[in-house]
Design a protein around this ligand. Structure first.
Ligand code: XIL
Length: 372
């Protein structure tokens, strides 16, 4: 107790004392370190050449440990013309991460969007197979041993659970998926290989199709490690997320919340922001409660810069910082939840490591996991 108090500011000490008697400690820490204190690997966000030196960079460096490049690692940026590889921007992101002690989730290899026209125009099986292998070998090979994970295939399903009509599916059928995973595994055996998808947030044909696909891939020994649930959510339709994360985890794979935002139907009102607070906490708790969930990544910092503004203009205010880069209620809700680290918490500077006096379960990621 004395040791704990020596690390916190006076303003908080009274609250701490009260909470300590209730079995909780308040700690000064980033979202990332508090996720780790709860047995997870990270709290993440997106990064790219536009935000590396922008006004959000303090928040990015201060709060988050894992980064997904927002655009510069996509196919149209890395290989806009056949055989011509451009790595200047993606290298800059990798170097930014390494210089700042951050990790990277590579995003993304095989996706129907952000592909150049020359890929979309391919009709020959052999040609497309070679093109996929070449792209993956070059992109994954370049950062071999330096990234935590790759989103190998992204958004392969329609809402009704059928496969999306992408060039990849049109020409190769479902086989493009094993092909992509096998190629990626060979190119970087240490990267966690993900299938990433949106609208896995409620029961229905899409998540059923995902679970069936995973079982087929596992039966063929396809090297897939994890499912990314993008969780681009709409406020008011969030409650099923924890249950669906559990269903994804039932595959035995790792899972991650990979692109979290919770958009609000305009007009944005204080009541709707209040609801969003609870929804952010619910999703965070959903990950904490599932041992297979390795971490959460946001898709942006400030509401001003979110992709939602352009892609879904009827909605707004999806993130945890407002347009003036002030923390919103949603931030407070997530921060408050993560702060409730359990009895016996010890602090070393800003980094929190958790031990429990009375046992406690060990999470599968090698750290103590706490039930909140
Ligand atoms: C979006 C980016 O945020 C935009 O800047 C870009 O113009 C298009 O892509 N699902 C994904 C992400 O997997 O790559 C998308 O990111 C958002 C939806």
């Amino acid at each position: 107790m004395t040791r704990t108090l020596s690390f916190i500011n006076l303003r908080r000490s009274f609250t701490t004392l009260l909470l300590a008697t209730a079995g909780y400690h308040y700690v000064e820490a980033s979202l990332n370190s508090m996720m780790q204190a709860n047995g997870k690997l990270y709290f993440g966000n997106i990064i790219d050449t536009n935000t590396m030196q922008g006004n959000e960079d303090g928040v990015l460096k201060g709060e988050f440990g894992m980064f997904t490049p927002e655009y510069s690692w996509k196919w149209n940026r890395i290989q806009p013309e056949k055989g011509q590889f451009h790595f200047n921007d993606s290298d800059a992101v990798m170097e930014w991460a390494e210089a700042n002690g951050k990790q990277i989730r590579g995003h993304t290899l095989v996706w129907h969007q952000n592909i150049p026209d020359w890929v979309d125009a391919i009709t020959d099986k052999e040609d497309l197979t070679k093109v996929i292998k070449d792209h993956i070998n070059k992109a994954v090979g370049r950062y071999k041993g330096r990234v935590y994970a790759w989103d190998v295939v992204n958004e392969v399903f329609n809402e009704d659970g059928t496969f999306r009509d992408s060039v990849f599916y049109r020409v190769l059928g479902e086989d493009f998926i094993p092909l992509a995973f096998r190629t990626a595994r060979d190119a970087d055996p240490n990267a966690k290989l993900y299938i990433n998808e949106y609208n896995l947030d409620y029961a229905g044909p899409k998540i059923d199709a995902m679970l069936n696909l995973i079982h087929r891939l596992q039966a063929q020994n396809v090297p897939i490690d994890a499912i990314g649930s993008q969780t681009h959510l709409t406020s008011g339709r969030v409650s099923e997320v924890p249950a669906q994360l559990k269903r994804l985890a039932s595959t035995g794979l790792d899972i991650a919340v990979t692109e979290l935002d919770i958009r609000i139907k305009r007009p944005v009102t204080p009541a709707k922001l209040q609801q969003q607070k609870g929804e952010y906490a619910l999703v965070t708790k959903g990950c904490l409660d599932v041992p297979a969930c390795v971490g959460i990544s946001m898709w942006g910092v400030s509401d001003k810069n979110s992709w939602v503004k352009e892609a879904l203009p009827a909605f707004g205010a999806p993130l945890m910082w407002d347009g003036n880069l002030r923390r919103k209620g949603a931030y407070g809700a997530v921060d408050g939840l993560l702060r409730k680290v359990g009895e016996g918490a010890e602090m070393a500077g800003a980094k929190v490591s958790v031990t429990r006096r009375h046992g406690g379960r060990r999470g599968r990621h090698g750290k103590r996991r706490l039930s909140l």
